[in-house]
Design a protein around this ligand. Structure first.
Ligand code: TXA
Ligand code: MG
Length: 326
């Protein structure tokens, strides 16, 4: 597989990206969460190209991005009122709703399942394309299977060069973590993947309890543990243990002043240390970029300062757990 991959700039790239999508190609597009690898969700051949470019197993379903809540019924049946309530509050935005698939929709996009994941992205370029083309775009994160999700066009290019037609550069992603996925097909609405929209936000909008199990009894394809992995081994350490046993082959990702002090005291070379924010929203924004950067340093291990276990950090803790392959 070797195709010339072009990087499109927003001003003149929007039309080109739309044309490529309408003619059945895949194009990486910016969203407010991470970059997505988009293809016309109603074109089976185009959708298959997404699986091929990512190296993703065919039974791992894709999220379909739609221009607005008025498109839900093109894709889903038996839509509960709650779907519209949540859509009104959070769309466009980083929330994906899992609904019952309409029989008219190809099961290639849903990996053979009879459910479908829908969301309206907030990034203006992606939304413009959806509205202009008036279609649904299947778009998983624009990384190779099990690798880190990209939050810049350059990261997409590095990972997917030669495998896709184009990347539309829309700048760095606003949230930096994938959308929250809520299953509305089961008796109790359940968060399947933690993300920028927290359970507390959902509960306050829905006015009912939303479940958020730490692990799922029903395995969701694509919700496998070994996901989002950088090439370099990643290990989490408690703050007080972070700087013990330093070795030149280790690098560090930390957020607290205390960890910074300990690393300085242990005389760890600052070039091997990367500080990120101690605010969970800011931390989430930069996590993947930080991991991409440390991954490129050729180290044996990325040591991560353990993050707070509170619910506000759920999305980050989920991604860090998976990045360690636990
Ligand atoms: O923020 C996001 O959601 C990004 C951007 C590009 O929109 N997309 C994204 O897609 O993260 P992906 O494919 O990397 O992750 C989608 C997750 C997978 O874990 C997949 O298994 C799950 O959603 N999913 C999609 N459709 C599903 C379905 N019908 N049933 C159960 N899980 C589903
Ligand atoms: Mg992904």
């Amino acid at each position: 597989m070797s195709i010339e991959t072009i990087v499109l700039k927003p001003d003149d790239g929007l039309t080109k990206a739309t044309d490529l999508l309408l003619s059945g190609d895949c194009v990486a597009l910016p969203t407010e969460t991470v970059y997505g690898l988009a293809a016309d969700a109603s074109n089976e051949k185009a959708v298959r190209k997404v699986f091929e470019a990512k190296g993703r197993p065919l039974d791992h379903p894709l999220i379909v991005h739609i221009p607005g809540a008025d498109h839900i019924k093109r894709w889903a049946i038996d839509v509960p009122e709650l779907a519209y309530k949540l859509a009104e509050q959070f769309w466009p935005g980083p929330l994906t709703l899992l609904l019952s698939k309409s029989p008219d929709v190809s099961s290639v996009v849903t990996g053979g399942l009879d459910t479908i994941a829908l969301r309206v992205p907030e990034h203006p370029l992606f939304l413009d394309i959806l509205r202009q083309a008036d279609l649904g775009l299947a778009a998983p994160s624009a990384n190779r299977y099990k690798k880190l999700s990209p939050t810049t066009a350059n990261q997409v290019f590095k990972g997917m060069q030669g495998r896709i037609k184009a990347v539309l550069d829309g700048g760095p992603c606003e949230f930096g973590l994938e959308s929250t996925i809520v299953d509305l097909t089961s008796a109790a609405p359940t968060v399947l993947r933690a993300g920028p929209i927290t359970r507390a936000m959902l509960e306050s909008a829905a006015g009912i309890t939303i479940e958020q199990p730490e692990s799922h009894k029903v395995a969701v394809p694509g919700n496998v543990a070994a996901h989002y992995q950088p090439g370099t081994r990643l290990r989490e350490y408690k703050t007080q243990d972070l700087a013990s046993n330093d070795a030149p082959s280790c690098c560090y990702l930390f957020y607290s002043e205390e960890a910074g002090d300990l690393l300085r005291k242990a005389e760890v070379d600052p070039s091997r240390c990367l500080k990120v924010s101690d605010d969970c929203v800011e931390y989430g924004k930069t996590l993947y970029s930080a991991l991409h950067k440390l991954d490129e340093g050729g180290y044996d291990e990325i040591r991560i300062e353990a993050t707070p276990r509170s619910e506000r950090w759920a999305a980050i803790n989920d991604r860090l757990r998976r990045a360690q392959g636990d």
